[in-house]
Every structure is written in structure tokens, then in C-alpha cells.
Ligand binder design. Structure first.
Ligand SMILES: [Zn+2]
Length: 509
């Protein structure tokens, strides 16, 4: 772990301050309220103390009516800017060994994209993550606040094979200081025992319902047993089956062959009950009654419906590490690199898969259900931070109003983590976690990308608009663009060390 020295970190951050006043900003809150401004936001150390509306659009602000700066306080002129609560990434792996992505690289990409909170659904091991969590809590490193969910069974001497073993492991996990558990599925009696024990302890849980266990235990079983959030989408179509009990696998299917795994997964929603049918409604309504959270992570599968889009994303050249780029390439070994023979047929099937999946997610939101935003970056051509903004765009595509997108990205995540009294919206008494951007993100979510949005000026000049300007966490102001510059430096260094240029799969250099 690299601890920032004082001088090193000053380039990237300032604060916290005895008093910080953010002046004249337009507030887009995470609670669903429409934009409002200009407002002055008063922060002391890392707590929001006051939010004062100081005028009207286009009218000069009367300075006598503004909150007063105390001696030693700091003012941030944010006129013309938009302020949102810090974003919450509910599915952020801090960086795998196979991807060669170390924590400093990943954290800076996240912070540069306004992500001030990350839930890690298992990673390099709970001790490693908890160490980073503590360092982030003390702001010794540049990193979002971390909620650590341990992979179920991780660290156990023997595979967990009985309900009693499951309960013991769950208690041990809580004792270590973990915030929850990430499941991939297990035998029903083990899932039941583990979820029951975890619920008693008041910890959170997430499950990627892997196809290996889903025939016996789908999303509905998990929700009934006390799971708090489901990841991705696996296990949901299975809960919606009407005319089968097992996915319609071709007979030469092999789960270890990821072209099989992902190609067939693309046909899954089509095998489930039709949108708005009785069974579809019944399953949705039961999940709603259980106050169950959906964390779809749309972006991580997007290459399945448009490989070229994901592969040629403009940020790869500048911000993707060589090791990560290599990991993404077609491979029988790397997870999520299932491009053995991926063509029009597979993409068209996946487009339909998305349409059905998005219909479910949007309607779940319309009926009062909680949908959150998770990225799962580091696989399938999805880059940390950038892919999170793409996730926001995909919620928009699903039918969410931009304000509903922002609420999913902020308050909903805080609620799912059980910390909505601290973060998730801009309210007096909450922590000073903010995103500041000099463009209106509701009009175009693309202004939140580190690379900004493309725009033509009145003078017929092409420019980049936006890119987050400041990310504030715990009252500390981070210069988002400086963080990105540092990521570029890391990537340049790795490229020059390895004499590496990014090329496309199968092409000669
Ligand atoms: Zn994941």
C-alpha cells in the first residue's frame, strides 16, 4: 500500500477545513428533488452544517444574505457548477492480481469519476481490503470509503459443506470487521443457514447467482432467506420460468467454456415469463414486499451486445494499463474474455436480452423498488470509473429519468448499505461527500466522463465539455482532473517499461 506523503497529496487534494463554504452552486440532490440554485453549502470539517438558497437564476446574489466565512475558513466559488452527492459504486472490485491493477490506480479512477463510496463484493482477501478500508477512513490514502463484503467461504480451511460450518464462518466473518458477504450460490441448506446467521448479525449480503447453483436456489429463494441485494441478473430469469425449471442449455454446453456461458446467458430472459404477465408481476411484487435491492451492473455485459463499442472506448488508449488490456483480450482462461467467435448473431440476441432485462428493472423502480448502481469493472473491456458513468447512461436507457438515475447512484446505494443517515444526499448533518461539475449532468450524463462530452461551439470549434472538476469526500476537495493526469502517468510509465502499444485483437502491431 502506498501512503501519500503530505507534499505528494497536496497536488491532488486540499482540506478538510474548519469551515468550507461552496458558493453559488446548483444543487442536484440524491433525494429526487429537482435542481435548485444558487445555494451556498456550509461544511465544517466533514459535516454539512447548512444549505442556504441565496438567490434566483440570472439575478445577482445579495452578499449580505449569504453565510459568513469564519476566520480560517475556505471558500469555493462554484457559480455555474452543479453539485451532486458523492456517487456510490455498489459493485467495485478494487483490482485483481490477474488484471495487474493496483489499488492506487483503481482508487484514482474512481475518485476522478465522483465515486466516494464503494462496496467491494469480494476481492484479494478480506484482510487486504480491511487494511485499505481503514486507511481510507483516516484519509491516509486517496480512496473512496469502502464497504467490504467477503466472498462466502473465503479463508475457510475446508470447503463449507454443512449448515453449521456456514454459521460458524458467518460469525467469524463478522468478528473480523467485514461489512457483509458476497455469495455466488451454494446448496440450499447452506445458503439458508448463512443468510439467516448473517441477518441476525445485521450485516449486508450480495449474491451473484452463478448458474452452477441456480437450478436449486434462485433470486426468490435468496430474497426470502434474507439476502439484501442481488448482483447482475442471473437467478432472476430463473425465478421467472414458467415452462421449464432449468435454463435451456445446448447438450454440448460446458460452463468452463465462457463462449458457451455468455452466449447462452444471452438467451435467458427470452426463456422467462413475458413482461407484465401474471407470473412476472407476481415475482416482482414479492421481491418488492421483501424490500429487496437490485444491483443490475448493466455495463459489465455491454460488450456482449456491442463488442466494438466496449473495445474501442476512447479512454482505453490513455487510461487502460497494458496488463488490463492484455487481460481483456480473447482468451479461454481470463474471466470475461469470451470472444472465441462473437458476431452479429450473438450481439442481436443480447440486444433483446437487454430489452427484457431493462423492462424489469425500470418497472421495479416504478413500483417503488430500490435499484442501485454498480460497475464490476476490470473485466470485459470495462474500465474503473468510466464504466460507472456508463452504468448511469444505461439506467437512463432503461427508462429512468436523469433524477431517478442520480437517486439510484446516491441515496439508493446509501440505503442498501444501511448508511443513509450519513451519506447519499446533501442534507444538514450528513457527511460532506460531493461531486462538482461545470455542466448540467441531467442534460447529458456524458459530461461526467473523465474525457468529457463532445460539443461544437458557436464558432464551429469542437471542444470537450465537463469532466468532473472536484470530488469531495469527508470535506476534502480532490482535483478530479489532476487525479486522472496521475492515472495517465501510471499508464505511460507501464507502457514505456514494457515498450507496449495498445493494439486490437488479432491485428499486427
Ligand atoms: Zn463482481
Amino acid at each position: 500500500m502506498v501512503l501519500q506523503t503530505k507534499t505528494h497529496s497536496q497536488k491532488f487534494s486540499e482540506g478538510p477545513f474548519s469551515q468550507l463554504i461552496i458558493r453559488g452552486v446548483t444543487l442536484v440532490n440524491g433525494n429526487g428533488a429537482p435542481p435548485r440554485g444558487p445555494v451556498d453549502i456550509v461544511v465544517e470539517k466533514n459535516i454539512i452544517k447548512n444549505i442556504v438558497v441565496v438567490g434566483y437564476p440570472g439575478v445577482e446574489i445579495d452578499d449580505t444574505k449569504r453565510p459568513k466565512l469564519k476566520p480560517g475558513g475556505k471558500e469555493l466559488d462554484a457559480q455555474g457548477m452543479y453539485l451532486l452527492p458523492g456517487f456510490i459504486d455498489m459493485h467495485g472490485h478494487i483490482g485483481g492480481v490477474a488484471q495487474g491493477a493496483d489499488s492506487d490506480y483503481v482508487f484514482k479512477l474512481w475518485m476522478a469519476h465522483g465515486i466516494t463510496t464503494v462496496r467491494e463484493p469480494s476481492g484479494r482477501g478480506i484482510d487486504w481490503t480491511l487494511k485499505l478500508k481503514k486507511a481510507s477512513e483516516k484519509n491516509e490514502i486517496i480512496a473512496p470509503r469502502i464497504y467490504a463484503y467477503t466472498g462466502f467461504g473465503q479463508g475457510s480451511k475446508d470447503p463449507i459443506s454443512t449448515p453449521e460450518m456456514a454459521r460458524i464462518w458467518v460469525r467469524e466473518n463478522a468478528k473480523k470487521g467485514s461489512d457483509g458477504i458476497k455469495f455466488f450460490g451454494a446448496a440450499p441448506e447452506i445458503m439458508k443457514a448463512a443468510l439467516d446467521e448473517n441477518k441476525k448479525l445485521g450485516l449486508g449480503s450480495a449474491c451473484h447467482h452463478a448458474q452452477t447453483d441456480v437450478a436449486r436456489w434462485n433470486v426468490l429463494n435468496s430474497a426470502r432467506a434474507g439476502l439484501t441485494t442481488m448482483e447482475h441478473w442471473y437467478g432472476l430469469p430463473e425465478a421467472l420460468f414458467e415452462d421449464k425449471t432449468i435454463q435451456h442449455y445446448p447438450l454440448d454446453y460446458n460452463y468452463q467454456n465462457e463462449q458457451h456461458r455468455f452466449e447462452e446467458a444471452g438467451k435467458l430472459w427470452k426463456q422467462a415469463a413475458k413482461p407484465y404477465s401474471d407470473h412476472w408481476n407476481k415475482v416482482m411484487n414479492e421481491l418488492l414486499e421483501l424490500d429487496f435491492t437490485l444491483d443490475p451492473t448493466f455495463n459489465i455485459y455491454e460488450a456482449s451486445r456491442d463488442l466494438q463499442r466496449a473495445r474501442r472506448a476512447e479512454w482505453h488508449e490513455t487510461y487502460t494499463l497494458p496488463s488490463l488490456w492484455k487481460f481483456y483480450q480473447p482468451s479461454k482462461i481470463s474471466h470475461g474474455s469470451y470472444w472465441h467467435d462473437w458476431g452479429t448473431e450473438q450481439e442481436v440476441v443480447w440486444k433483446e436480452n437487454y430489452r427484457l432485462w431493462m423492462t424489469f428493472i425500470n418497472e421495479y423502480k416504478n413500483r417503488g423498488g430500490r435499484v442501485t448502481t454498480g460497475s464490476d469493472s476490470g473485466f470485459i473491456f470495462q474500465l474503473y470509473g468510466f464504466a460507472y458513468i456508463r452504468e448511469l447512461e444505461l439506467l437512463r436507457e432503461s427508462g429512468f429519468h436523469p433524477l431517478e438515475v442520480i437517486r439510484a447512484a446516491t441515496l439508493n446505494g446509501a440505503e442498501a448499505l444501511g448508511v443513509s443517515d450519513e451519506i447519499g444526499s446533501v442534507e444538514v448533518g450528513k457527511l460532506a461527500d460531493f461531486v462538482l461539475v461545470d455542466e448540467n449532468p441531467l442534460k447529458n450524463l456524458k459530461v461526467l466522463y473523465g474525457t468529457g462530452a463532445i460539443r461544437l461551439t458557436e464558432e464551429n470549434k469542437v471542444i470537450r465539455a465537463g469532466g468532473i472538476k472536484y470530488t469531495i469526500k469527508d470535506g476534502i476537495i480532490y482535483n478530479a482532473k489532476e487525479l486522472l493526469t496521475d492515472v495517465k502517468r501510471m499508464v505511460d510509465e507501464a507502457k514505456s517499461n514494457e515498450d507496449y502499444t495498445i493494439t486490437q485483437p488479432g491485428m499486427k502491431e
